[in-house]
Ligand binder design. Structure first.
Ligand code: NI
Length: 152
């Protein structure tokens, strides 16, 4: 059995899609209006899916208040109302497409205490959505079984 929960967060931010090592013309051809020098904004909707064992004490995979605080500290504090190109360090040398935004958010959410981030899905516009799905965890080698002579 596999259980998951998905929580949705919204934040507005601006970005510009361009490469400084390409000419204006090439940028324009590849990225179209998204290469406009002054950028443009989106209201991003980010869905975070967490899987894991249900804590028998609480009946929850992860406490939503804890998840909210974690996402706030790791992502929203910096991304909300930001210019992604200029204010988020990961995008200094990386184009802030929503594909890359999914990956960066996924990476920032590593280390959640309970549960495992399984998927980051972002709606950029009413027409576009993107998602990053975690690689399967490598199978653990089973620990060698040790016989014990005596029970204690
Ligand atoms: Ni855009």
């Amino acid at each position: 059995m596999k259980l998951s929960l998905t929580r949705r967060y919204m934040f507005p931010a601006s970005h510009r899609l361009f490469r400084s090592d390409w000419s204006e013309e090439v940028n324009r051809r590849i990225f179209g209006k998204c290469a406009n020098p002054h950028g443009h904004g989106h209201n991003y909707a980010v869905e975070i899916t967490v899987t894991g064992a249900v804590d028998p004490a609480t009946g929850m995979i992860v406490n939503l208040a804890e998840l909210d605080a974690f996402v706030q500290a790791r992502v929203l504090d910096e991304f909300d109302h930001a210019n992604l190109n200029e204010q988020v360090p990961e995008f200094r040398d990386c184009i802030p497409t929503t594909e890359n935004l999914c990956r960066v958010i996924f990476e920032r959410l590593r280390g959640l205490e309970r549960g495992r981030i399984e998927r980051v899905r972002i709606e950029e516009t009413a027409k576009n959505s993107f998602e990053y799905v975690a690689e399967r965890a490598p199978a653990r080698e089973s620990a060698p079984y040790e016989f014990q002579e005596e029970h204690t």
